[in-house]
Design a protein around this ligand. Structure first.
Ligand code: NAP
Length: 279
């Protein structure tokens, strides 16, 4: 059973992130949108990044502003260095600083291995891995410039990388995507190690199967749903809010001692469900 309508909307403490400024990449759709809304509900001011669908991004920003916080939609392709630098500079100018980065933007370009073009390989690596590198680097410069402001947070900044169960589970027909998420895993841990002494916390969330446009074919028909549910011990497909709740918690001081961790939010998908009945 899964439906967005069933996902609890009011479980986020309204002042958990009060006074903090969050940047969410790829926030006009799916997981990024739910996360941006969740951060807004928690009291953060939120920049909603998008690359192609401005109207959708502006709607998300309006919805966030209705919670009584500031929000704006910024266009930038996260795989383009000059656009990322311009986006973070603009956020510092207009919002004063950046406290939280959710490096979420991502895409798939699926193909069997020998049919995969270099362009498909490169595009996924550029957006999913290089995009997170660029956004994390620019956000870190701002965290370092500002330092810890105890009234706002115990740390100088938080980065939450959107990974996937496919940082761990190999995925036939998706070598570009799985490689990008494997890269995110090692990038996240290395940054966490390097930046922790500066009170910058870097962690990741690894979603399982979440109902969004990126994996529409995997849940859109009853047959596809049934196949997918066989991989999920908790027996429901995830909602974007399941991921949003994990990100809000990780970004907050409730998790101040959590550094370099991947939080799997996957209904048990990484528990090797094929072994539940033997092996
Ligand atoms: P989605 O609904 O397709 O959203 C993807 C978002 O990324 C969109 O907002 C898109 O913006 C943005 N984007 C794509 N290329 C971009 C670029 N070059 N620069 C800036 N933004 C860009 O997919 P989703 O499921 O929410 O995925 C979000 C993240 O979760 C991805 O990193 C994905 O790998 C990860 N994830 C998803 C699942 C799942 O089951 N859904 C599972 C594991 C991990 P535009 O609309 O403007 O193009």
């Amino acid at each position: 059973m899964s439906s967005t309508a069933e996902a609890p909307q009011d479980v986020i403490p309204a002042r958990l992130l009060q006074g903090q400024k969050a940047l969410v990449t790829g926030a006009n759709s799916g997981i990024g949108k739910a996360t941006a809304l969740g951060l807004g509900r928690a009291g953060a001011d939120v920049v909603v990044n998008y690359v192609a669908h401005r109207e959708a991004a502006e709607e998300v920003a309006e919805q966030i502003a209705s919670f009584g916080v500031r929000s704006a939609a910024y266009e930038a392709d996260v795989s383009k260095e000059e656009q990322v630098v311009a986006m973070t500079d603009r956020m510092v100018e207009e919002f004063g600083t950046i406290d939280i980065l959710v490096a979420n933007a991502g895409l798939q370009r699926d193909a069997r291995f020998t049919e995969m073009t270099l362009a498909q390989w490169q595009k996924v690596l550029d957006v999913n891995l290089t995009g997170q590198f660029l956004c994390a680097r620019e956000a870190t410069k701002e965290f370092r410039r500002r330092g810890v402001v105890p009234k706002v947070s115990r740390s100088a900044g938080k980065i939450v990388c959107m990974s996937s169960v496919h940082q761990l589970i190999p995925w036939s027909g998706h070598v570009n995507y799985a490689s990008s998420k494997g890269g995110v895993h090692m990038m996240m841990q290395t940054l966490a190690q390097e930046l922790a002494p500066e009170k910058i916390r870097v962690n990741a969330v690894a979603p399982g199967a979440i109902k969004t446009p990126i994996n529409h074919d995997a849940w859109a028909t009853p047959e596809a749903r049934e196949d997918l549910l066989r991989l999920i011990p908790y027996d429901r497909i995830g909602d974007p809010e399941d991921i949003a709740h994990a990100v809000v918690a990780l970004a907050s001081d409730l998790m101040d001692y959590v550094v370099g961790t991947t939080l799997y939010v996957d209904g048990g998908m990484t528990l090797f469900p094929g072994f539940a009945t033997g092996g």
